[in-house]
Design a binder for this molecule. Structure first.
Ligand code: OGA
Ligand code: NI
Length: 358
């Protein structure tokens, strides 16, 4: 069985990168030059209370009496913000807590033990860093572990940490729960876009899914570094679980960075590039970044839901009956190739895929 394309299409990531991990920098007060990011403090941040990220109540989406109102709210959140908090999503507390505990445990292991799951050359999967395409590129103050969780036959179990002992089980269970939440959200989005649900379910058949577990160590000079460079997600739909309540995620809103406050028990959902293209730009894949805390570490788990490997990505025909195409169509394989070979550079890739500038 062929592995998903994004696994084959690695960049020049190499195992030696594992030595340059942020967590292994002995004296974080002296930030190594490759980690210094002047834009971290230069860019304006919106102050508290400027506006609120929409909150979608998943249980209302499922409820006959409230679903119409809640799905209209979801539509506006996807169109105006590209981001929302999802509450009452029905993922059992136990599944979330087990996952969180195992992630915390994994990142505490000595580097040598974590390296058992290290990225292999030319692969993005495993423990290490992502989007390092050259030796002189600036680096993010974070370590991560990327694992493919779906379809099941694409799992590369050897890379899934064997320590802590419950890790694999916790991840399987978490993956299954999130897949079902994502499936429901995609169905409602299809209806809201006036597209037959089968069109979405064909593209997202078998519900391909990958998780990126992010570990952001504290840094006394936090305003000189960035945890995660501004980017959009190359997925269809991302569901992010913030493992502890340390703030760090910021989304681009107008000319400002807008801080997302962790809401206990909620998932942060965002539209990825694929749904922006499928919806012909009605739903927005919004730029976001992660900043670093001076004292506390921060952990998060981003679960990406993408299209099947052999799909063609372009605006839905149903939508094109009403307006002109804004994006070119291309194979998903071509898309992932461009996505992973470009560094994280905000919306640069998405702008280049537009048929004309708006
Ligand atoms: C990501 C991401 C944000 C965060 O992994 O794609 O945007 O807060 N993470 O860790
Ligand atoms: Ni992201």
């Amino acid at each position: 069985m062929a592995k998903p394309s994004f696994q084959r299409l690695g960049t020049s990531i190499d195992v030696p990168n594992v030595q340059a991990l942020a967590a292994s920098i002995a004296n974080p007060a002296h930030v190594p030059p490759r980690y210094v990011r002047p834009e971290a403090k230069a860019d304006p941040v919106a102050s508290d209370g400027d506006s609120e990220l929409p909150v979608i109540d998943f249980s209302r989406l499922l409820h006959r009496r409230f679903s119409r109102e809640e799905s209209a709210k979801l539509h506006h959140a996807c169109a105006d913000w590209g981001f929302f908090q999802l509450i009452n999503h029905g993922v059992p507390d136990q599944a979330m807590e087990k996952m969180k505990a195992d992630i915390v445990e994994f990142f505490k292991l000595p580097l040598e033990e974590k390296k058992a799951s290290a990225q292999l050359p030319n692969s993005l999967e495993g423990y290490g860093q992502v989007f390092v395409v050259s030796d002189d590129q600036e680096l993010d103050w974070a370590d991560m572990m990327y694992l493919i969780t779906r379809p099941l036959q694409s799992r590369n179990i050897d890379l899934w940490p064997a320590q802590p002992l419950t890790f694999r089980d916790s991840l399987s269970c978490y993956s299954m729960e999130l897949k079902s939440v994502a499936g429901t959200l995609l169905e409602v989005m299809a209806k809201n876009l006036g597209v037959a649900p089968e069109e979405f379910s064909t593209i997202f058949q078998d519900q391909p899914q990958g998780v990126r577990i992010n570990y952001y160590p504290p840094c006394p000079r936090a305003d000189e570094v960035l945890g995660l460079s501004p980017h959009t997600d190359g997925s269809g739909l991302t569901l992010l679980l913030q493992v502890n309540d340390v703030e760090g995620l910021q989304i681009r809103k107008g000319g400002n960075w807008f801080p997302v406050k962790p809401l206990p028990g909620a998932l942060v959902a965002n539209i990825g590039d694929i749904i922006e293209i499928l919806s012909n730009g009605v739903y927005k894949s919004v730029e976001h970044r992660a900043i670093i805390n001076t004292k506390e570490e921060r952990l998060s788990i981003a679960t990406f839901h993408g299209p099947r490997e052999d799909s063609v990505i372009g605006p839905f025909a149903e939508i094109l009956k009403r307006c002109k195409p804004k994006y070119m169509s291309m194979s998903y394989e071509e898309f992932t190739k461009s996505f992973f070979s470009s560094k994280l550079e905000g919306r640069r890739l998405m702008e280049s895929l537009k048929l004309y500038s708006l």
